[in-house]
Design a binder for this molecule. Structure first.
Ligand code: PEP
Ligand code: MG
Length: 870
């Protein structure tokens, strides 16, 4: 027969699947001999079967009745009995904590007769009637589905017995039935209500946000009630309830932390209804209970080998342990506790590494607003790049540069950013946009620079013409208004919030350890480096970024986007190349670009001396280098010049409605004569320069957006010819591996052939996601992602966390087929997913050699690569 009920003494903490987290931990405490009010747990399986069939599983009723009879026998009281009645709590508890999302019903067993027995036993009429009133309210709401407002409408009265009558009437009016006096009926219906609460709207929403599967079901814990609200002076010793932590969950410091509420029931603490006192106060109020509690806390921490949080109640001087679990903690506490437990020999280095995460490390790396600084935000957006910044609003790049040059701190506010905004983004403290998601231009560039960014704050109206920002409350902010941007939380605040510096950020930059936290982070990272198999490279296109990446522990550069080097002042040279009408003009333009590119590469190779640097040939759609069509048309109409007219004609000729699928990547190199030659020559000459000064340059050439091996073959031949020419001319051997990005489904599906012409693969998972799903990386996030996330079609944005089933399958196919052609083919990933903790585990499992991400994500990626290898 299926077993649906376990007494606490029969379970243990490894049974969370069956008993839920709360039930498993109650069982564990019971087994450890701690004072747990006795009870039993109905399994998650019973819930699943009830929800699937709508009927109670066969045998459940009998098993509950049996467990209840044993309980009554053991404590010598009867559920809802006349004298000293046994009362029960009925609580939900699923495998994963879902705080407050499901139902709890207390004081089951009370009725018109037992309330008198309770009053006598507790020596308090008021307490007994008040408990009955609580039961009617909870039962009415949860079991009978009565709107809570119907109870709230009743005047608070000094006479709780009167309130009980009023609440019974509410139940009668709302349902046409009487509140059941049969305690058994109360109990069974309460259990079913808890089962059903698994599927409440808020529980479903919570699960979809937290990625908790929908089909687990909840267990139900049925436990003898103990009371913390029997009055501090009712007998010789007091009552109360509290929460306790075995270490400080905010900082990780050792010691006993928590709150105590004299003369209160557990729900009062959780609901924050009354003012609590620090736990240490219990030592004064009731030293015996306090000492016992501290003792039990030690027992639990040893047993769980981790920070535990605890709920307890003191009933007239007797301590009861009501709940424990491994406690939630801040990022800072997570690192400190893990390393402290290593020092205390409770866990090993692997376990410590497993207990922290890249997202936590990322949170610690940047300045943040001080804890007390939580004002109501002006608006919410997407937390696109973490950290906190304060500055004056500016609406365009030029103004940002101008004001920053005078020492002002500014926040660049745009509807969305384009490559033209780059100087302003560099000058600003933070970037705020009203459109776009985590892979919008603003987000990607800001993350790359370690700049704070909130994007897609759609509640805000940005009017660049009027130079105003309008908040949802209709406040109109003019240019120069000071705001605070929290890139970790994704919020925008009016005025300057106080900033707290980041010691971890300073440590990563300088290597300087200044206390327990930086020590803990350093030790965890060292261990991660010693166990990880994946290399961690950086996406960097400037010598500064390369140097930072190196300080942050990168093993090289996995993606140097050369088009980023064509922006700014050099754009006119690119314009000239595009406008060139003949060979001579184009050659002149390319010749002018060559030395500039060579110097860029030389500096980057120097910063990364001895480590691989993957340089990608130019990729983006050409229109990004050309002026805006509308602006130019207006200029030509008002002040026609020959240059502008020619430019407009070129822009119109090259206009594409979907430039992401147009003339870009390798296609550009194949149609603009001389472009590939120029770039490869610049790389080769940079290598020569570095060799001449005794350096160890490790340049690799990478071709973007390849869909067919033929494309790669042509570019490869050209590149090899140029490498040979530079070798001959210099007398030095310039031998760079030539590889390809895999960014198109066709490339992944024909990877076996493409590998014939490639020395390495690097997965461009941004484009691969865009093309596999057929959605635009620029537009989709803002337009329909929120609806897709809400409906559970996406668990996370596929641009942020790799879609393992679809895009991941393409990656796997390409790795397998590429390596079938060329055993040991080196493979990496350089899309945004390379810095995403969840995706890093997939890349490890798929056998990639390295991930590459923006320099600021390198430390977190090292950590996750280590965790993936455990
Ligand atoms: C990619 O597509 O994943 C990639 C790294 O290239 P880019 O983002 O420059 O298109
Ligand atoms: Mg790409």
């Amino acid at each position: 027969m299926t077993r649906y009920v376990y007494a606490f003494a029969e379970g243990g903490r490894d049974m969370a699947d069956v008993l839920g987290g709360k039930g498993a931990n109650l069982a564990e405490m019971t087994r450890l001999g701690l004072p747990v009010p006795p009870g039993f747990t109905v399994t998650t399986r019973a819930c699943r079967e009830y929800l699937a069939t709508g009927a109670e599983p066969e045998g459940l009723g009998a098993q509950v009745a049996h467990a209840l009879a044993e309980l009554e026998h053991r404590i010598g009281r009867e559920l809802g009995g006349r004298d000293n009645p046994l009362l029960l709590s009925v609580r939900s508890g699923s495998k994963f904590s879902m705080p407050g999302m499901m139902e709890t019903i207390l004081d089951i067993g009370l009725g018109d007769e037992s309330v008198l027995g309770l009053a006598k036993a507790a020596d308090s009429e008021r307490f007994a009637w008040d408990s009955y009133r609580r039961l009617l309210q909870m039962y009415g709401r949860t079991v009978l589905g009565i709107a809570p407002g119907l109870f709230d409408r009743h005047e608070p009265t000094d006479d709780p017995a009167q309130l009980v009558e009023d609440f019974k009437q509410v139940i009668r009016d709302a349902t046409g039935e009487e509140f059941p006096q049969d305690p058994g009926e109360q109990l069974y219906r309460a259990i079913r209500a808890v089962f059903r609460s698994w599927n409440s709207e808020r529980a479903r929403l919570y699960r979809s946000r937290e990625h908790i599967p929908d089909d687990l079901g909840t267990a139900v814990n049925i436990q003898v009630m103990v009371f913390g609200n029997l009055g501090p002076t009712a007998t010789s010793r007091g009552s109360g309830t509290g929460v306790a932590f075995t270490r400080d969950p905010a900082t990780g410091a050792r010691g006993v932390y928590g709150d105590y509420l004299p003369d209160a029931q557990g729900e009062d603490v959780v609901a924050g209804i009354r003012n609590a006192v620090p736990l240490a106060e219990l030592d004064r109020l009731d030293p015996t209970s306090y000492r016992q509690l501290v003792d039990h806390m030690g027992t639990l921490e040893h047993q769980y080998r981790d920070l535990c949080d605890i709920e307890f109640t003191v009933e007239r001087g007797t301590l009861w342990m009501l709940q424990t679990r491994v406690g939630k903690r801040t990022a800072e506490a997570a690192f400190r506790i893990a390393e402290a437990l290593v020092d205390e020999r409770m866990i090993g280095d692997d376990e410590a590494l497993a207990r922290v995460g890249g997202a936590q490390l990322a949170r610690l790396m940047f300045p943040r607003f001080e804890a007390h600084a939580d004002t109501r935000p002006l608006a919410h957006g997407v937390p696109a790049s973490p950290g906190a910044a304060v500055g004056a609003i500016v609406f365009d790049s030029a103004e940002a540069v101008r004001r920053a040059a005078t020492g002002d701190k500014v926040i660049l506010v745009r509807r969305e950013t384009t490559p033209d905004d780059l100087p302003g983004m560099v000058a600003a403290e933070a970037v705020l946009t009203s459109r776009g998601g985590k892979t919008s231009h603003a987000a990607v560039v800001a993350r790359g620079m370690g700049k704070v960014c909130v994007c897609g704050a759609e509640e805000l109206t940005v009017d660049v013409g009027a130079r105003t920002l309008t908040a949802p409350d209709q406040a109109v902010l003019a240019e120069g208004t000071v705001i605070s941007v929290d890139g970790t939380a994704g919020t925008v605040h009016l005025g300057a919030l106080p900033l707290a510096d980041s010691p971890v950020g300073r440590f990563l930059d300088t290597g300087e350890r200044d206390g327990v936290l930086t020590d803990a982070v350093a030790r965890t990272l060292e261990h991660a480096d010693s166990v990880r198999r994946l290399g961690v490279r950086a996406n960097a296109d400037t010598p500064e970024d390369a140097a930072r990446a190196r300080r942050y522990g990168a093993d090289g550069i996995g993606l140097c986007r050369t088009e980023h080097m064509f922006l700014g002042e050099r754009r006119s040279l690119v314009e000239a190349m595009i406008l060139a009408e003949d060979e001579t003009g184009r050659c002149a333009a390319l010749d002018a670009l060559l030395p500039l590119q060579r110097d860029d590469f030389t500096a980057i190779l120097a910063a990364m001396d001895g480590l691989p640097v993957t340089i990608r040939l130019i990729d983006p759609p050409l229109h990004e280098f050309l002026p805006d069509r509308t602006e130019l048309a207006v200029r030509v109409a008002t002040h026609p010049t020959t240059h502008d007219r020619r430019l407009l004609a070129a822009v119109e000729r090259m206009h594409e409605s979907n430039p992401m699928l147009g003339l870009r990547g390798v296609r550009l190199g194949l149609v603009v004569p001389g472009l590939v030659e120029m770039q490869v020559r610049a790389i080769a000459e940079a290598v020569v320069e570095r060799l001449r000064v005794g350096g160890d340059p490790q340049a690799e050439i990478m071709v973007p957006l390849v869909g067919a091996v033929e494309e790669l073959r042509i570019v490869r031949e050209t590149a090899q010819r140029v490498l040979a020419e530079v070798s001959d001319a210099s007398g030095l051997t310039v031998d760079c591996p030539i590889g390809t990005m895999i960014e198109l489904p066709r490339a992944a599906l024909t990877a076996g052939r493409i590998a014939e012409a490639a020395d390495f693969f690097s997965f461009g998972t941004n484009d691969l996601t865009q093309t596999a799903w057929g959605l635009s990386r620029d537009d989709a996030e803002a337009s329909f992602f929120p609806a897709y996330l809400a409906q559970g079609i996406f668990a996370a944005s596929p641009f942020e966390t790799l879609d393992r089933d679809g895009v991941g399958r393409l990656v796997r196919i390409a790795v397998e087929e590429g390596r079938a052609t060329k055993p040991g083919l080196k493979t990496g990933v350089c899309g945004e997913h390379g810095g995403d903790p969840d995706s890093i585990h997939f890349f490890h499992d798929t056998g990639l050699d390295y991930v590459s991400c923006s320099p600021f994500r390198v430390p977190a990626a090292r950590l996750e690569a280590g965790r993936a290898a455990l």
